[in-house]
Ligand binder design. Sequence first.
Ligand SMILES: *Cc1c(COP(=O)(O)O)cnc(C)c1O
Length: 392
Amino acid sequence: MANFDVIAQELQALKDAGRYRPLTVWEDGSDAWMTLEGGKRVLQMSSNNYLGLTHHPKMKQAAIEATEKYGVGAGSVRTITGTLAIHDELEQKLAAFKGTEAALVFQSGFTTNQGVLGSILGADDVVISDELNHASIIDGIRLTKASRKIFAHKDMDQLEAVLKECGSYRQRVVVTDGVFSMDGDIAPLTTIVELAEKYDALVYVDDAHASGVLGKHGKGSTDHFGLHGRVHFQIGTLSKAIGAVGGYVATSQAAKDLMINNARSFLFSTSLPPSVAASCIAAIDVLKTEPELTERLWSNANSFRDTLKKEGFNTGDSETPIIPIIVGEPARTLEFSKRLLDEGLCAQGIVYPTVSMDKGRVRMIVTAQHTDEDLAFALDALKKVGREFGII
Ligand SMILES: *Cc1c(COP(=O)(O)O)cnc(C)c1O
């Protein structure tokens, strides 16, 4: 009889390499301070809940009302009976918010990339992708028959050289993260757009970490750089700063209509629960009416990053609320993260294969919820453990 021997060997190999990561179980919802199983309270600097919206009263209320009205689930995929009025309303709100003709919602940012890339790229096309793009982009590209070209991270000379060679393809699509999730740096979107216009390419930006963070009212990187009308596909997530779950693309009506017919993750998976759609509609209003949340997010992020640098930490290329501290080898990095947790600070260790072998880091995300005392607490823990490890 077949058994799990091979699986057990694979698991042991991960453990031997110091790369095994168990799940951490939390007793309460995403917040600035969270309770570990067993009762220990820790300061949270690993959550994507940038604005604290997971607990926003207006979003909770909207979810409750939608559940009362529509029930707990959508009952079907979008193309059969799963497009409820609340889904339609969310897409109209998102398109208006992003300043595009149309928007299409998916179940997550991950499935958005799979669905959109899969429906716009064919065998005669070429996709040109930054080497540090998110895993969901890489997987989305793998699912297509398009030719692939990778350019070195943010290297615009290389991008131009590739574009120059790609004139004979039916369609060229340049794909980039808006904010890079592991380093917290921002894509040079203005140059990307200019090069794309010069070489007749479409521009595709994944704003998962820019949604609710960059641009006026958190409209994203296209707004941040004043590039309205010049970015063809703006991917957003509803799972990070928006505080719920889901993903979307803001694009043209024609592109939306094609995806409704071709995007497999859209076609073959049930639509978002009505409560989630309702929370996200409420979130768009909150972004517009409570700009102090994004202001607090940025002032927290900038002052915390400045302080860390002054203390001698290597924060890499961070220029957003994502602030890595580079530690090094995987096992050492995970040990560093564990020591921080002992001190009451949750800063997730991120190691190979998510980042390269020697660039293991704890990735911190500063949020609007962190108080000055919280950030001082974090700094004390980092200084203590940083000295133990000799990284400052
Ligand atoms: C987190 C992330 C995603 C996935 O979004 P989910 O809504 O969590 O599935 C996609 N792209 C990037 C760049 C991300 O950081």
